[in-house]
Design a protein around this ligand. Structure first.
Ligand code: ZN
Length: 123
């Protein structure tokens, strides 16, 4: 009888430890998730702060060198984005003349460079 009681107590001990371990793992996973969430929110704050700071220092010669370099890089990318957007907007309303290769308005009937009559079906 004593043997069975001992065995039962041992079993309870083992399962108690296991469930405690499981609880710890769940708590740790919850903390990891919380950590990732807080880090992600902090990245958003950094980004927003960066945009505000960019507006403040982009034309400020006395700004720290590292910040000025990043601001110049952003300004250059803004110009590139503007150029690409303009190209995309233009491409929507342009077509290439099959005769001379010139870029012309999509709805033109004749090419205004070589005068070729344009095929307008299928558009
Ligand atoms: Zn043409």
């Amino acid at each position: 009888m004593e043997f069975f009681e001992d065995a039962l107590n041992k079993t309870k001990e083992v399962f108690g430890t296991v469930s405690q371990k499981t609880g710890e793992v769940i708590a740790t996973e919850k903390q990891r998730f919380e950590l990732a969430t807080v880090k992600s929110k902090r990245e958003k704050d950094y980004k927003a702060l960066g945009k505000i700071y960019y507006g403040i220092i982009k034309d400020d010669a006395s700004a720290p060198e590292a910040a000025k370099a990043l601001a110049e890089s952003i300004t250059a990318k803004n110009a590139e984005i503007e150029r690409l957007n303009a190209e995309i907007a233009n491409a929507k309303y342009k077509r290439v003349c099959e005769n001379c290769g010139a870029s012309i308005d999509k709805n033109s009937v004749f090419c205004n460079f070589c005068g070729a009559k344009l095929d307008n079906d299928g558009e």
